[in-house]
Design a protein around this ligand. Structure first.
Ligand SMILES: [Zn+2]
Ligand SMILES: [Zn+2]
Length: 447
């Protein structure tokens, strides 16, 4: 365990016996206002690995892939095809933001060259006597859980899973085999139960109507990948054929292209495909009221964004970044946050130390990024601020249900804070041995 032990970020789990070493995930930890952290102590194993398997494209699971290649790994990197395409976008973006801190452009190209693509529920070989099968994790496009058949012993790694049906994905799938011996499970939401998925969907839509009634604009800061498309789908289904303008801005547009490429029953739910077929759309974000904000619309995007939020029309803005740390959302806040009629609709979990968290905790004076002014621009928030309880992860009671159904003898909790894992441990009490590993301390299981 080189990361994601009693923490969220830099997932990297080495599974080994005396002849074989396989790495599950290879991520970087992203920290607000600080540089990224890499999995500790992993590099020295790079040349000995027989396989690397990646659950999904989120950077905390994929960001160090070029790093392990730089450290000498020359073998295959197994993932689904959408994961590969999303990784490429994230890698390029990361180089732009952080530069070649742990790896450079050449390492990135080499690692993409080493990718081997697989579909869900098709078994592939990793090493002598070791094979793997991906299961749809329902978390983001292309996300997978991994079943390892390790010389006859079955190990199931959940990656990040969503037990909710979301607009694009059904609930996560897992094998119902009787003899899984080790389950490595995420524990992100071990402390909280979430309301049924319809609750935040409807609450958001209602809040948009209420904001419009008082002549305000709704600004939705959102993550580019997954949550962004989910919210697009919720808005599309509600506002199709209604005179709402929905402006979409930032990195989310690049990710939309990948969603378009894989908008097929193999990767997204039948429900959303059928909805699009009924409305004669290729993808949900093709409804006419969606307006991508890019240079085709205006040369001076900043002024254009100002105009968008000043229009007295039915307006919703969906823009990155989701934790308000930067990106075009800062332009919108600059021009819209002071108006008490407007709504800032926070659509995801806000990490400690981010601007999003600051606002949620009640701060009403924040500093925005500005190209022209190094110190940034201070603004006052008079707009309404609300958080909607979307989550991309398994909620506590559903997670427990899944763990009980898999019924393995040993359970290892990763990708969650320590308390969260302990909480799950108390709730389970099903006789299984439960481990909450520490970083860089191996768990040893005798045969
Ligand atoms: Zn994830
Ligand atoms: Zn994650």
């Amino acid at each position: 365990m080189f990361g994601a032990a009693k923490e969220i970020g830099r997932s990297a789990i080495l599974v080994e016996d005396k002849d074989t070493k396989i790495l599950l995930d290879c991520g970087l930890k992203i920290r607000p206002k600080k540089p990224t952290e890499k999995p500790e102590g992993l590099d020295k194993y790079a040349k000995e690995l027989q396989g690397v398997v990646i659950s999904h494209a989120h950077f905390d699971h994929s960001g160090y892939i070029p790093g392990i290649v730089r450290a000498g790994y020359e073998g295959s990197i197994h993932m689904t095809q959408p994961t590969r395409d999303i990784c490429e976008i994230l890698f390029r973006d990361h180089l732009k933001i952080e530069g070649a801190r742990f790896w450079n452009e050449e390492d990135m190209y080499n690692s993409l060259y080493q990718v081997a693509n697989h579909y869900y529920e098709e078994t592939f070989q990793l090493a002598d006597g070791v094979s793997a099968t991906f299961y749809d994790a329902g978390h983001i496009l292309g996300s997978a859980s991994v079943l390892l058949d390790w010389k006859g012993q079955l190990i199931f790694y959940t990656g990040d899973i969503n037990t909710f049906e979301t607009p694009y994905h059904d609930t996560n799938k897992y094998p119902t085999l009787e003899d899984i011996s080790i389950l490595i499970s995420e524990a992100t939401n071990g402390l909280r139960d979430l309301p049924d998925r319809e609750v935040p969907n409807q609450a958001l839509v209602r809040a948009i109507y209420a904001t419009h009634k008082r002549e305000g604009v709704t600004i939705i800061p959102t993550f580019a990948l997954g949550r962004g498309q989910e919210i697009e789908a919720i808005l599309a289904q509600e506002f199709i054929n209604k005179p709402f303008n929905i402006y979409v801005d930032g990195m989310i547009l690049k990710m939309n292209n990948v969603y378009r490429r894989y908008f097929h029953e193999y990767w997204v739910s039948k429900k959303i495909l059928e909805w699009c077929r009924e409305h004669r759309l290729e993808v949900p974000f093709d409804i006419p009221n969606f307006i991508p904000v890019n240079r085709n619309l205006a040369d001076d995007l900043d002024s254009f964004r100002k105009m968008i939020v000043s229009e007295k029309k039915l307006t919703v803005v969906l823009s990155t970044s989701g934790m308000l740390e930067g990106g075009p959302i800062h332009s919108y806040l600059h021009y819209a946050a002071e108006n008490p009629n407007n709504l800032i609709a926070i659509s995801g979990y806000q990490v400690e130390g981010t601007v999003g968290r600051e606002i949620l905790d009640g701060s009403r004076e924040i500093t925005l990024f500005s190209w022209g002014n190094k110190k940034g621009i201070k603004i006052r928030i008079n707009a309404e601020v609300r958080q909607f309880s979307f989550s991309g992860h398994a909620q506590r009671n559903e997670l427990i249900k899944m763990i009980k159904a898999i019924n393995s003898e040993k359970i290892v909790f990763v990708h969650g804070v320590e308390e969260s894992a302990h909480h799950l441990k108390e709730d389970l009490a099903n006789g299984a041995e439960i481990f909450i590993p520490d970083i860089r301390k191996p768990l040893v299981f005798p045969d």
